[in-house]
Design a protein around this ligand. Structure first.
Ligand SMILES: *Cc1c(COP(=O)(O)O)cnc(C)c1O
Length: 395
């Protein structure tokens, strides 16, 4: 399928057909090009490739055909001009920081972002003289008030983890652009199947491909998606400093993209059922899922997203003891911090993913002791509900 053809196809078709340029062997499945470098017919061809006069591969830190297939396919799903793959989700976020920030610049980041993203800005990016402020995802006035002349980047994760708060992407894009800053959205929870932030004015979309893009817990990877101009900066940083995606992992993610729409639909449908079940359960105090009409972010999520995703958080009676009782009485759901997998996972944020936060920071972020986060997998939903109910009935 040529790039030009792509415009006319629906997401399901793009996910399966985009990016595969058959090699001379005429293979049906996408090949894995496990090679660090590439060779040329003669010195003139080598010179033309190295100088950039002729397109072509040189070295797999720069480009690799299998990685390029994944990048083209992801960009097509996102409706974007280009994607650059990275070795992990954090490498993608670091690429955004290193490509666009310099000493003296300022970043505004939503408070409830992935823990390592906080450390990345506070501990490492800060070393290069870049200041960061964290603000409440849903408080547009707080974003406006945090803007300074030197603000160059707004970084947002929506919906947030674990409380599923929803950012108004269009409004944040307007705030960023009025200040000549870029808006980057970490879209790992929604994937392009449920949300395409570029349509709402975001400049950069970042992924931890480790989560739903693979969806089967097999490999680490990431990507940055956007237009040619901004992505050229990302590409320059990645090819020079080396957080490139391996060809083997790119192949795993290519296969992941082929089933992404089916999986995201099913994750969302099961999560909705679990959220509704928990919402009616006497031992559950509150459910955080944007698919519930009473959730604060419901209307906005319904506008921006085509589904509410697979992550359901809920507070049980009895604080930490109650939460641990539910977790410890599951039989097949995996007790782990990971998410976005065909296998359901269960987490106690207050003592794991958010365990390093001070009690005040936890309170500010709404991470209470009774809170449980479930990443709803693709096991049968009745089985999932029974696995969670076993402990609920003991509280
Ligand atoms: C996991 C995760 C990351 C980090 O990705 P890695 O692939 O683990 O480096 C970033 N953002 C979100 C929302 C995540 O869930």
């Amino acid at each position: 399928m040529s790039q030009q053809d792509d415009i006319n196809y629906q997401l399901e078709t793009l996910a399966i057909r985009t990016g595969h340029t058959r090699s001379f062997e005429g293979e049906h499945g996408e090949p894995i090009f496990l090679t660090s470098s590439f060779v040329y017919e003669n010195a003139a061809e080598a010179a033309a490739k190295f100088s950039g006069q002729e397109p072509g591969n040189i070295y797999s830190r720069f480009t690799n055909p299998t990685v390029a297939m994944f990048e083209k396919r992801l960009a097509a799903l996102e409706g974007a001009e280009r994607a650059v793959a990275t070795s992990s989700g954090m490498a993608a976020i670091m690429a955004v920081a290193m490509a666009f920030l310099k000493a003296g610049d300022h970043v505004i980041c939503s408070r409830a972002v992935f823990g390592s993203t906080v450390s990345l800005f506070e501990k490492y990016v800060a070393k290069f003289g870049v200041a960061v402020d964290f603000v409440d995802l849903t408080d547009l006035d707080a974003w406006k008030n945090a803007i300074k002349p030197e603000t160059k980047l707004l970084f947002v994760e929506s919906p947030s983890n674990p409380l599923a708060e929803v950012a108004d992407i269009q409004a944040l894009a307007d705030i960023a652009h009025a200040n000549n800053a870029l808006l980057a959205i970490d879209n790992s929870f929604c994937t392009p199947v449920l949300q395409q932030p570029i349509k709402f004015g975001a400049d950069l979309v970042v992924y931890s491909a480790t989560k739903y893009l693979d969806g089967q817990g097999r490999a680490l990877g990431g990507a940055v998606v956007g237009n040619h101009k901004v992505l050229e900066e990302i590409f320059g940083y990645v090819r020079t400093t080396g957080p490139s995606m391996s060809p083997f992992n790119a192949w795993v993610f290519l296969k992941g993209l082929e089933t992404l729409r089916l999986r995201m639909r099913e994750h969302s449908a099961s999560a909705q059922k679990l959220a509704e079940f928990l919402n009616a359960h006497p031992k559950v105090e509150k459910v955080y899922y944007a698919g519930l009409p009473e959730h604060v972010g419901h209307a906005l999520a319904a506008k921006q997203q085509t589904g509410f995703g697979g992550i359901v958080s809920f507070e049980v009676k009895g604080g930490r003891e109650g939460a641990w009782t539910v977790i410890d009485n599951t039989k097949f759901i995996s007790i782990t911090g990971n998410l976005g997998d065909v296998k359901s996972t269960i987490t106690h944020p207050a003592t794991t993913t958010h365990g390093k936060l001070s009690p005040e920071a936890k309170a500010a972020a709404g991470i209470r002791e009774g809170l449980i986060r479930v990443s709803v997998g693709l096991e049968e939903i009745g089985d999932i509900i029974r696995d969670i109910t076993r402990g609920l009935d003991l509280i």
